[in-house]
Design a protein around this ligand. Sequence first.
Ligand SMILES: NC(=O)c1ccc[n+]([C@@H]2O[C@H](COP(=O)([O-])OP(=O)(O)OC[C@H]3O[C@@H](n4cnc5c(N)ncnc54)[C@H](OP(=O)(O)O)[C@@H]3O)[C@@H](O)[C@H]2O)c1
Length: 177
Amino acid sequence: MDLKISGKSAIVCASSKGLGRACALALAKEGVNVWINARNGKTLDTAAREISGAGSGEVHTIVADVTSEAGRDAILTACPDPDIVVNNAGGPPPGDFRDWGQREWFDAVNGNMYSAIDMIRRSLDGMVERGFGRIVNITSVAVKLPQAELGLSNGARAGLTGFISGIAREPAKSNVT
Ligand SMILES: NC(=O)c1ccc[n+]([C@@H]2O[C@H](COP(=O)([O-])OP(=O)(O)OC[C@H]3O[C@@H](n4cnc5c(N)ncnc54)[C@H](OP(=O)(O)O)[C@@H]3O)[C@@H](O)[C@H]2O)c1
């Protein structure tokens, strides 16, 4: 299938393994130039080699923690004008809500809600100016089917979904979805 996105630039967050890596691979196979990142540089380099070998898009790596301000700075310095942003990060641990205090909640909200919001805040207006943009947020089925032990995930990811729903209509008029 030709998605007509060959030559576009994509940031795929948290992408040396799993869902992020699969997104980067699919984009590279479409001829999209991808910027992949993870905290472990060795695993990231391995993923980059494999993705490079399988697709026609360029593959760039950024060793960065996407849940930190400095990590997002590094990612957006390497690719300042992305056409596509795939937001992703590791998920919070399961457990009993009685055991979770402010630290656990702040970490979950930072990792699985705020980090994606900040990537969007810093890339959306450029997409609107250029008349094209796609933002994909990898979250969880927990948003629709919450489970008790996944409380941190249910809360943070539902918050992201709610936020996105609120801002999505306006940029869609400029072909940014
Ligand atoms: N797989 C599923 O069935 C499923 C279901 C529901 C929800 N999810 C959610 O979807 C997301 C991805 O899941 P997955 O199964 O694809 O995970 P995975 O296979 O464990 O891969 C996680 C990837 O993210 C990177 N990463 C993790 N934290 C990062 C950070 N702070 N900054 C930069 N990179 C980071 C990891 O590399 P480094 O460790 O080297 O940084 C790795 O490349 C998670 O939030 C998960 O909870 C997954």
